[in-house]
Design a protein around this ligand. Structure first.
Ligand SMILES: [Zn+2]
Length: 467
């Protein structure tokens, strides 16, 4: 039997205001070549200045992934020629990256080799017979996360990518929009006999632009390499390119054609220093991470594993829940509404939740006091998405409040008992489901607005007493 050893190199575009080494905007979708200046265009004599925010974000991610933060890291030039790289080199980090030796506790444990800061390249726009270049992206700050080959299956890799995305969103340091290229990854795959310690030659797969694409490319590569090994052939070290449409990888270059980037320390940038005081300051402002949030929802709110995890992974949902609970709402009821009708409406309408935790607290209060039914809550939510009106107002205006007035209800109950002698005697003979029929009759009498719990209680009490 064979097993796969999978490592990931994930590139994250940071959500800073300006680029990594100049003050140009990083805004996505601007007119081509408008967010550029002599520094990011690599004009002679222009000098880079490191974006402090990018360093802060790198340290935050490093801390979240259990890394050691190097007090002094160094930028380096990675030299290669490509039209989207105006300087002829990319400013990256090589020998001394800012974060090293992290660990993520999932599966059998995934070691993080390093996280470093670098700049993005421009973008080639292929159209018809010509290729145009947009340099707006040149110089946008990136973090590259490099893992050890500790994942054993495509599913594990996918789970890790989700973990990274949720961590980035919790920290608020990247928009994580795949369609805008905020998250990209290269995949390293090798296959070996189960039980072996040694790693075989690996293939690097480039150009993976979605998480589902990563899963497909890994599955494809494991199959390709396993087949070679079964036939007694060697797997050669290669760089391959993933074509998600054709669902296959194609050879880009072999080991002997690998680039030599001739890294050397960037002479225009001093080392990056993160001293104790700055590190402490960053630690103090680290937001709560999604898994910490899930733990708190379980412990403090008494939610189940699935509920806690699902809500914690969605920033809006988690905020809504926290805000509602701050107003003394029942956390379990709110969670049920969030994962039920609210999620459904968010998906259907393609919007964010248009009301506050205060409104959710009010709605859950109506439910808890049995002033409305679950069905009514769904209707009220639908109207809240449309009008933004408060739930109690909507309930009143649309006649969705349950009648709980006992004097009015007792009259209905007595009337139903008189008119349905057969069901009453059935119930007394032990046919307990006759009660459901009687409750239904009462509900019909009230036009659906009677509180079924109160009606149920009244019926039971009266029928038992008449015994
Ligand atoms: Zn610039």
């Amino acid at each position: 039997m064979y097993e796969a050893c999978i490592g990931l190199e994930i590139h994250v575009e940071l959500d800073t205001k300006t680029k990594a080494f100049c003050s140009c905007s990083v805004a996505f979708g601007s007119e081509p070549n408008t967010n550029v200046c002599p520094v990011c265009m690599g004009l002679p004599g222009a000098l880079p200045v490191l974006n402090k925010k990018a360093v802060e974000y790198a340290v935050m991610l490093g801390l979240a992934m259990g890394c050691k933060i190097n007090p002094r890291s160094q930028h380096a030039r990675k030299n290669y020629f490509y039209p989207d790289l105006p300087k002829g080199y990319q400013i990256s980090q090589d020998a001394v990256p800012i974060c090293v030796k992290g660990f993520v506790d999932m599966g059998g444990g995934i070691r993080i080799n390093r996280i470093h800061i670098e700049e993005d390249a421009g973008k080639l726009v292929h159209g018809g017979v010509e290729t145009l270049i947009d340099y707006n992206r040149a110089g946008v700050p990136l973090l590259e996360i490099v893992t050890e080959p500790d994942m054993r299956s495509a599913e594990e890799a996918k789970a890790f990518l989700d973990y990274i995305k949720n961590t980035l969103l919790s920290l608020g340091i990247s928009k994580c929009r795949m369609q805008e290229g905020n998250l990209r990854c290269d995949v390293n795959v090798s296959v070996r006999k189960k039980g072996e310690d040694r790693l075989n030659e690996r293939c690097e797969i480039k150009n993976v632009n979605s998480f589902s694409g990563a899963v497909r490319s890994i599955e494809y590569e494991i199959k390709r390499q396993t087949e070679l090994l079964c036939k007694g052939e060697a797997v050669l070290r290669e760089t391959r390119k993933w074509d998600d449409e054709k669902r296959q990888s194609i050879l880009l270059r072999k080991k002997e054609e690998e680039n030599d980037y001739r890294y050397f320390p960037e002479p225009d940038l001093p080392p990056v220093e993160v001293d104790e005081a700055w590190l402490k300051e960053i630690k103090e402002k680290m937001p709560e991470l999604f898994y910490e949030k899930a733990l708190r929802f379980r412990k403090d709110y008494g939610l189940g594993d699935y509920e806690a995890k699902t809500i914690a992974e969605n920033k809006d949902a988690a905020e809504l829940l926290d805000d509602a609970v701050k107003e003394d709402a029942d956390a379990g009821l709110c969670a049920k509404l969030i994962l039920g009708d609210i999620s459904r409406l968010v998906n259907e309408k393609g919007t964010r939740v248009p009301f506050s935790g205060h409104s959710l607290a009010e709605l859950s209060g109506l439910l808890k006091r049995k002033e409305i039914s679950y069905t009514a809550a769904g209707k009220i939510l639908e109207l809240m998405f449309e009008s933004g009106e408060e739930p109690s107002v909507i309930a009143r205006e649309n006649n969705l409040l349950q009648q709980s007035d006992e004097d009015a209800l007792i009259k209905v109950v007595m009337k139903v008992i008189e008119e349905n002698e057969k069901s009453v005697s059935d119930y007394k003979k032990g046919k307990k489901n006759a009660l459901g029929f009687l409750v239904g009759r009462c509900m019909r009498e009230t036009g659906g607005s009677g509180n079924p719990h109160i009606i149920n209680e009244m019926l039971t009490k009266i029928l038992e007493v008449e015994e």
